[in-house]
Design a protein around this ligand. Sequence first.
Ligand code: GLY
Length: 350
Amino acid sequence: MNQQVTKICKDFIHELNEVIGSQKAENIFILTDDNTQKFCLPELLKSEKLKGCHLITIPSGDENKNVESAVIIWKYLSENGANRKSLMINVGGGMITDIGGFAASTFKRGIRYFNISTSLLGAVDAATGGKTGINFLGLKNEIGVFAPADEVLINIDFFRTLDNENLRSGYAEMVKHALIDTRAEWDEILKFDLENINFDTLRDLVDRSIRVKERIVEQDPKEQNIRKALNLGHTFGHAFESMSYRIKKPVLHGYAVMWGLLCELYLSHVKLNFPKDDLLKLKYLTKEYYGTFNIDCNDYEALFELMTHDKKNETSEINFTLLSGIGEIHINQTATKEEIFECFDFFAGC
Ligand code: GLY
């Protein structure tokens, strides 16, 4: 798998021109959803390298990350002369980079593709690391391949138009990266002022956060081992997220991850002596900026059931990544039902 280094752009159009120029593509296809077509594509089209390129737009939303949208993309590529010398540029959040990467890497056994992430969440997570895919039969990312983008470009200016909720959603994944990295990163991320976003500071933090993910993916691109560190917070988090959809009060992914991190750091404290001080720091951050997901003991069984169906489980046991300290990662951990319910008690009491 080729090494991928995400570029945090200072002069977006200039850097975009450079990477397009280096590819010498015969033709270029830009993939957007209906939002990024409206709000981000005009900026991209300032690039003289994109004159005459093809535009493909699919409907936005994770519910459209499906085989029907993939067919729209493959059909357009096929009918408009795409070949092994073509380049596809995916412009959007995680939904677009996931499906675009999947469509590109399966078309004619794979054409080159770039990701330009327009959401903070996508920038620090989906755009980097080579996981591509679509949802199928109600299962998230059920069909997909590992196929890293040839270039990933981040333009922090796109994030200026994001609302607070979407910025906080992305920030949760940055908190996760700091927790699995070093105490210095953890201290730094906690200093960031979510009330008054400074986009220069954010650029620096995004850069460092992506490097944490890149270092881990480089060691284990196909998630056999240490890449499971990136699942911290996601075992509980996915259960909260799925439950929110089930009760028709959907929450943003990063909110569910933040609540999942809180539960999993509590579990880490109970099982591996993760420091209480750091657990409390995360608790205050969560309470202040993410509120809570209202659960009571009547919900525990259903949440537990959702966790048993998580595709990260390799056996009948629920698989966790836990920490014994900041940056001290323990993959393939398990917990009893009683321990998991104790985490729900802790969370519900926060
Ligand atoms: N989203 C976690 C990973 O890319 O492995």
